[in-house]
Design a protein. Structure first.
Length: 235
């Protein structure tokens, strides 16, 4: 394959593997082909705005915006039910890279849209937090309190206003999401490495090791936890 003017190329272990028109970043172009958005939703790239690289779903829109925070390292909050608690608590965190981060951010933002649709279609929402009662019960949240977890407060951005439980639930859906590691040759992706022609090259892609490590906070390291399947709560 040759180079074409005005295009950005993605480099893989054997050199040029594909190309695409600018200005969409190469990681978004390839990740969006390798990761299918849930419920058939449309995703598009959101360029940085005044330094803001976040992904976002704006209520009422027909698509989801994916920003640069979907490329690279992501910390996913972990929520589970611990002994003596009827509802989930934040028990730790999990870190992801590359296409796994993309898969998690896409599912998270699409879940905001899915919850909105469920409410619009008449699902009961006793505490008006934007999460149907049936979903909260299945996920271990309190359907009578929009702030189920102490310390989690409502997001106050008027454009993306979301209750604490709405955001918590969307973060819960991130857990377990992974992309196809063999399709991630983007910069800092899961197959990112120093090319063997450069000094100090590694023989294997380093990011394949210790994929998505999980860390539990001290009080939860040695206690039995009940993990809720947030994605299943939407089905």
């Amino acid at each position: 394959m040759g180079y074409n003017a005005g295009e950005v190329y993605l480099l893989g272990i054997s050199g040029i593997v594909d190309h695409h028109p600018v200005p969409t970043p190469n990681w978004f172009y390839y990740y969006s082909q390798a990761v299918t958005a849930p419920w058939g939703y449309v995703i598009n790239y959101r360029p940085p705005f005044n330094g803001d690289t976040a992904s976002v779903y704006f209520p009422g829109q027909d698509h989801v915006h994916i920003g640069d925070n979907a490329h690279g390292r992501l910390s996913t909050n972990l929520f589970a039910i611990a002994p003596g608690s009827p509802f989930v608590q934040q028990v730790g965190s999990e870190f992801s890279l590359g296409i796994d981060t993309f898969a998690r951010v896409v599912y998270h933002e699409c879940t905001h849209k899915k919850l909105e649709e469920l409410i619009e279609n008449g699902a009961l929402d006793t505490d008006s937090d934007g999460v149907p009662d049936s979903v909260e019960i299945a996920a271990g949240l309190n359907p009578a309190n929009k702030e189920s977890i102490r310390g989690w407060k409502a997001v106050e951005d008027p454009d993306t206003e979301s209750s604490a439980d709405n955001e918590i639930f969307c973060r819960m859906t991130e857990r377990g999401n992974q992309g196809d590691i063999d399709q991630d040759w983007a910069d800092n992706g899961l197959n990112w490495y120093t090319p063997p022609t450069r000094p100090g090259a590694l023989p294997v892609p380093p990011n394949r090791c210790n994929r998505n490590p999980q860390f539990l906070d001290g009080p939860f390291e040695n206690v039995p936890l009940i993990w809720k399947d947030a994605q299943a709560a939407l089905s």
